[in-house]
Design a protein around this ligand. Structure first.
Ligand code: PEP
Ligand code: MG
Length: 920
């Protein structure tokens, strides 16, 4: 395979499909040249193969010869030679990786100038100033990029020259001073490298190409790829292209143009240009640009030509394109094009518009594939408007959206301030159920510790409230917090962006999240595509959240964390009383109070989700979340002293203290230690369901046991649940319409009927491994990938992200934070095993996921491939999950599942579902 391809090389397939080899820029330059025959300055692309070979073993054999040949061909086409002392050809050398990495890699312009050819350029153009200005730009750029000399050294001299000339504009520096600058720049080069500035164009070219190769592994580029999840081994291509100049005269210019507005998606050209300027002047913002529409006044013919090109580009790429163009002495040149980046609102609008447009005729499937979860996030949540704000510190973006408010460091303080009409950001080291009232009152939440599945993150996401967690640089000291030397007092303004984890001191302007009409259109298309393949439910713990989730398109509840029902200030003491009870009667009294509270909550949820499945998870609190902090009480004991209630709580908290509460008495283990707890919850639930039936509702209840590890435990828990279901139903009178019997296909839900399933979460690796036997007593599984990730990796979900995750990601020990994107290999393997083994016992086993990964588009692909029936996520992620589920179907990830299940359902015995006759 050759390393070098001319832009007009006849490839076997359309070059725009060859980005792997040619890079994005090279592929599009070749497409514009060879397929579209647009006016593109000629040139050639050195492939990514060459870059990879260079990274493996240095400058590849044969590359120099190929470049020399391509150079000769280019010189022939142009009728000029690089470095020719009388009429030199100048070239640009630009990087161009498969995925655009704006500003991350290097470019050298005006290559080919030297002490002789600059004179030739001056003569040919009859413009000495232009020639020397080009030369001084080249020496500085080459010095900085290829030779690694700090750019400030050149900038300082340019500033001095401007001062001497009494001007602030580069363009007004006279020729004499430019000549002097070239000389002085060359001296800088010699001082740094011990060698004169390279005069031989071959040396210049080789140096520039090597510098572009090297820039692939520059720290900026690596950091960018980490953030954008671009593989580090792709390498970049290098494009060598004849230079055209927009800074020749007033008949020249340069600009960037979009074929439609990338901010709103509105049809019609959009962009900026400058008369008599080079491309970098537009980007650098040194001069005020004019809108593209004004091109009509300056260059009417070129404006028309450009619009015709835009129309061709859109027709050809079937998408919005962005372009860079240059006008050189009245002739238009296209320097670059690519499918343009866009905002969420624009992406939605363009996708919907282009389905209707005859010239483009996008299919709905293609439209769906063009929208990303980030696009939807942008229209669902407020965002920081504009840029240029100073970042105080960064944490993990745990719940998207921007929030601006005054800092409060305690939940009580936040609540009081909010009640007094202030907007508040609650800042805590970490949060616990005790902080929930403050979290509710706040616009946004910022914590110094904790990861993406910490309490703060999970709760905030559930409410759609912006949150940044694990901002390690932040220390709370009394009524202030510090980040380095900056001290922030309670009452000061801060702004947080929960999309990317940014924290800014002061008030950053925020643009409101507004869902445009196209949002619903696109999601309706997505629903059609995924229907029958992959369902989307929500994690919701109360009526309003459930109603909101349904409004956002949830097809049921995949996880109701019943412990969240006890977070309110009025309810927490009851849970504590139940946990800490010394005698059975004390415990019974607390349980009774809980039952009443839960019944009302359940009824609200079942009403909001009428005729849709609602998975109620029985209590799963890591106990420490519900107990007062022993540290705080110890301090209080030593200072103000404790009242009798506090003394009792303190003692009990010490008794229940566990070193690893997340691996301690939680989940079904709590049920084992507190007999009666789960029965109470089931009774409350069944009473609520019956009340719904009595009102003509159709509750579909799925009772879920958390954190199981095996058959015996599941069977025991099931027996409590069945007993409570049966006794509650038996205790009620009257009758609903009921539902079908065991094993029959469910008819469409009838009003006034009740269905009950009993199942379990699969959250421990053992449960996944022993899924076949657990399925004997479970009618459904729901993978709790938060805990499953914690236990598979042995990574504490509350600690590991703050302390070591960034180091692991930087060192490449992990490709992704596994709490953000499910680990497809390890955790994914357990999910696949669990599905396969569970369905080997019970072919119709219903399987979902309700860990936070259920709302992550990439993880959804993994779950779809594993054969899950649905994903469940926080209400505000539901639209994103609907889209990602449709994308999984389009990618073919769900086809195998349907086929598998058909063949698997042949005659394997399984326990039937508990179908209850509703009695109201
Ligand atoms: C899980 O572990 O994935 C889960 C959903 O449960 P929780 O986050 O409440 O432990
Ligand atoms: Mg869990």
């Amino acid at each position: 395979m050759p390393f070098v391809y001319d832009f007009d090389h006849k490839h076997r397939k359309p070059p725009m499909e060859m980005k792997d080899l040619l890079g994005g820029k090279g592929a599009n330059l070749a497409e514009m040249t060879s397929v579209l025959a647009l006016p593109v300055p000629p040139g050639f692309t050195i492939s990514t193969d060459a870059c990879r070979a260079y990274m493996d073993g240095g400058w590849p054999d044969g590359l120099s010869a190929e470049i020399a040949k391509a150079r000769t061909r280019l010189e022939k086409t142009m009728g000029k030679r690089i470095g020719d002392p009388s009429d030199p050809l100048l070239v640009s050398v630009r990087s161009g990786a498969k995925f655009s990495m704006p500003g991350m890699m290097d470019t050298v312009l005006n290559l080919g100038l030297n002490d002789q050819s600059v004179e030739g350029l001056a003569k040919q153009t009859d413009d000495e100033r232009f020639a020397y200005d080009s030369y001084r730009r080249f020496v500085a750029m080459y010095g900085r990029i290829v030779l690694g000399i700090p750019g400030e050294e050149f900038d300082l001299l340019l500033d001095a020259a401007k001062e001497l000339a009494g001007t602030t504009s580069d363009a007004a520096v006279p020729t004499e001073l430019l000549r002097y600058l070239v000389d002085a720049y060359q001296q800088i080069v010699e001082r740094h490298t011990g060698k004169p500035f390279p005069q031989d164009p071959d040396d210049q070219l080789r140096g520039a190409v090597e510098a572009v190769f090297e820039s692939w592994n520059g720290p900026r580029a690596i950091a960018y790829r980490d953030r954008e999840r671009i593989a580090h081994d792709l390498g970049t291509a290098v494009n060598v292209q004849a230079m055209v100049f927009g800074n020749r005269d007033d008949d020249s210019g340069t600009g960037v143009g979009f074929t439609r507005d990338p901010a709103t998606g509105t049809r019609g050209e959009y962009g900026d240009f400058l008369v008599n300027a080079q491309g970098e002047d537009v980007v650098a913002g040194i001069r005020n640009t004019e809108p593209l529409s004004a091109l009509k006044d300056h260059f009417p013919k070129i404006h028309k030509e450009l619009l015709a090109i835009f129309a061709r580009l859109e027709g050809h790429y079937r998408d919005m394109c962005d372009t860079e163009f240059t006008i050189e002495q009245g002739k238009l040149w296209m320097l670059q094009t690519r499918v343009g980046k866009r905002t969420g609102a624009a992406a939605l609008r363009m996708a919907v518009d282009m389905v209707a447009e005859k010239g483009i005729k996008l299919s709905k499937e293609e439209a769906i594939e063009r929208i990303t979860g980030d696009h939807l996030d942008q229209v669902l949540h407020p965002q920081f408007a504009g840029s240029g704000y100073k970042v105080l510190t960064k944490g993990l973006g745990a719940s998207p959206g921007a929030a601006v408010g005054r800092v409060y460091l305690t939940a009580d303080g936040a609540q009081a301030a909010a009640e007094a009409g202030e907007t508040v950001v609650l800042v805590r080291s970490e949060t616990s159920p005790e902080d929930v009232h403050g979290m509710l009152a706040a616009e946004g939440i910022l914590t110094a510790r904790g990861g993406l599945v910490s309490h703060a993150a999970v709760v905030a996401r559930g409410w759609g409230k912006p949150a940044v967690v694990g901002a390690e640089g932040l220390r709370i000291v009394g009524n202030t917090f510090t980040v380095g030397d900056t001290v922030v007092e309670e009452g000061d303004w801060i702004s947080i962006d929960g999309t990317n984890g940014t924290v800014v001191l002061g008030q950053v302007p925020v643009s409101q999240g507004e869902t445009p009409a196209e949002f619903d259109t696109v999601l309706a298309w997505a629903d059609v595509i995924r229907a029958g393949h992959l369902g989307v439910r929500a994690n919701a713990d109360n009526g309003p959240d459930a109603a909101n989730a349904r409004h956002l398109g949830a097809e049921g509840i995949g996880l109701c964390r019943t412990e969240h029902m006890f977070l309110g200030e009025d309810r927490l003491p009851i849970v504590r009383r139940m946990i800490l009870a010394d005698t059975p009667s004390e415990e019974q009294a607390a349980l009774e109070q809980l039952r009443l509270a839960q019944k009302a909550d359940f009824e609200e949820i079942l009403e909001a989700m009428d005729a849709l499945p609602v998975t109620i998870r029985l209590l799963d609190p890591p106990l420490h979340e519900f107990l007062p902090s022993t540290e705080e009480l110890a301090i209080k004991e030593a200072t103000d002293g404790l009242n009798p209630e506090e003394t009792r709580l303190f003692q009990a908290a010490k008794d229940w203290h566990e070193f690893n509460p997340m691996l301690g008495t939680r989940g079904v283990r709590l049920g084992v230690l507190k007999p009666g707890l789960y029965a109470m919850q089931v009774r409350a639930l069944m009473e609520a369901a019956l009340a719904r039936v009595a009102k003509g509702g159709h509750p579909i209840v799925e009772i879920m046991i958390p954190l199981t590890i095996g058959r015996e435990e599941m069977a025991l828990a099931r027996s409590w649940v069945e007993e409570a279901v049966t006794s509650t139903l038996a205790g009620s009178t009257g009758s609903g319409s009921g539902s079908s019997g065991r094993g029959k296909k469910s008819p469409a839900p009838a009003a006034g009927s009740l269905e009950v399933l009993i199942g379990t979460m699969i959250e421990t690796p053992r449960a996944a491994l022993r899924a076949a036997e657990i399925a004997e007593d479970a009618e459904f599984f729901s993978f709790g990938t938060n805990d499953l990730t914690q236990m598979t990796f042995g990574f504490s979900r509350d600690d590991v992200e703050g302390r070591m995750m960034s180091a692991y990601l930087e060192l490449g020990l992990l490709k992704r934070n596994p709490f953000e994107v499910v680990d497809p290999d390890g955790v994914g393997e357990l999910v696949r095993l669990g599905v396969e083994r569970g369905r080997s016992t019970r072919p119709d086993l219903k399987i979902g996921v309700c860990g936070e990964h259920g709302g992550d588009p990439e993880s959804i692909q993994t779950f779809a491939k594993a054969g899950l029936d649905y994903v469940s996520c926080s209400p505000f992620r539901v639209p994103i999950a609907r889209l990602a589920a449709a994308q999984a179907v389009l990618a073919g990830h769900t086809a195998a599942r349907t086929a598998d299940r058909k063949s698997a359902s042949a005659g394997v015995a399984a326990k039937g579902r508990t179908k209850a006759k509703g009695k109201g």
